[in-house]
Design a protein around this ligand. Structure first.
Ligand code: SIN
Length: 292
């Protein structure tokens, strides 16, 4: 069946607020025509799932590079830590401990909602996450939220409240409150003094022109120019709106899945899983532009 630009690719939307399955393609031998179809589907559906893929780390990096120049994950940026010898663009996301040391990041607890690396000046445009080991009991699903749909559904009072406003995204602490290695904590303990990138709360997608909310992560976020209590109140209202609406889709992982998402207009979250089960995924991120 020839569906898209003379390729055999089939795009099957999830039927939820975002996400589509891409079928009929082997990511190890992607043609330029196939990549063009995939890139357009990524812009249209925000999250893409490819099942039963067998690519290695080199092919994973090569696929990421078709979207643009790759960036390094925060650990590698700040401390030079490399997870895969010779391929510093790959970060391992895992709960596995080997020789008393974690092989990757995040562990087994529930990860909070976030957009990847919101705390740097140019957060990634795309993230590509590939599963190598997955708990056999079904835990550790990952969900995404369509932040364009969330923005479009914002009540008028909140739309007015966020217009022209910016958030400072904490670069020092992760959502659990743990300090990132290689960062400096403010002596004052005041949220306003924590280092981090400042981005507009409503950003415009540089390719599609669509507007979306850009909340980054909740922990230690601060709306610039407001009293802290006022900032907290606005952020709580925005997060309540985003969490209570019908804006999400959940991926139930299988080994060999590769997910590509548009990190500019989505947030994601991984659920907790049985820590005695092994979970291992490899991720690369593509350099983005300054949100505007
Ligand atoms: C992430 O938050 O980037 C990782 C998601 C996952 O482990 O499924």
């Amino acid at each position: 069946m020839l569906d898209h630009a003379g390729t055999a690719i089939r795009i099957r939307p999830t039927g939820a607020a975002l996400g589509a399955d891409v079928e009929g393609v082997d990511l190890a031998t992607l043609s330029d025509a196939e990549f063009a179809v995939i890139r357009q589907a990524w812009l249209d559906h925000l999250v893409l799932r490819f099942r039963d893929q067998t690519i290695d780390d080199h092919a994973h990096v090569a696929l990421g590079r078709r979207f643009g120049e790759l960036d390094f994950n925060p650990g590698t940026r700040l401390t030079g830590k490399v997870y895969v010898e010779g391929i510093p663009e790959i970060v391992k996301i895992s709960n596995i401990i080997e020789n008393g040391k974690p092989v990757g990041e995040l562990g087994a607890g529930e990860a909070d909602w976030h957009s990847d690396m919101c705390f740097i000046d140019t957060p990634p445009s795309a993230s590509l996450l590939r599963s190598l080991e997955i708990p056999t009991d079904g835990g550790g699903d990952t969900s995404w939220i369509n932040m364009e749909a969330a923005y479009a559904a914002l009540p008028d009072d909140l739309k007015q409240a966020v217009e022209g406003r910016s958030i400072k995204h904490d670069a020092v602490y992760v959502s659990s409150g743990k300090q990132r290695p290689g960062t400096v904590a403010p002596e004052s303990g005041d949220i306003r003094d924590i280092a981090g990138a400042v981005h507009p709360i409503v950003r415009t997608h540089p390719v599609t022109g669509r507007r979306s909310l850009y909340l980054g992560k909740r922990f230690n976020a601060y709306v610039m120019g407001m009293e802290v209590a006022e900032s907290e109140k606005l952020l709580d209202a925005l997060w309540d709106h985003v969490m209570s609406g019908d804006f999400r889709w959940t991926q139930h992982w299988r080994v060999g899945d590769l997910m590509i998402w548009d990190n500019r207009c989505t947030m994601h979250q991984r659920g907790a899983f049985d820590p005695s089960m092994r979970r291992l995924l490899h991720r690369v991120v593509v350099k983005g532009e300054k949100p505007a």
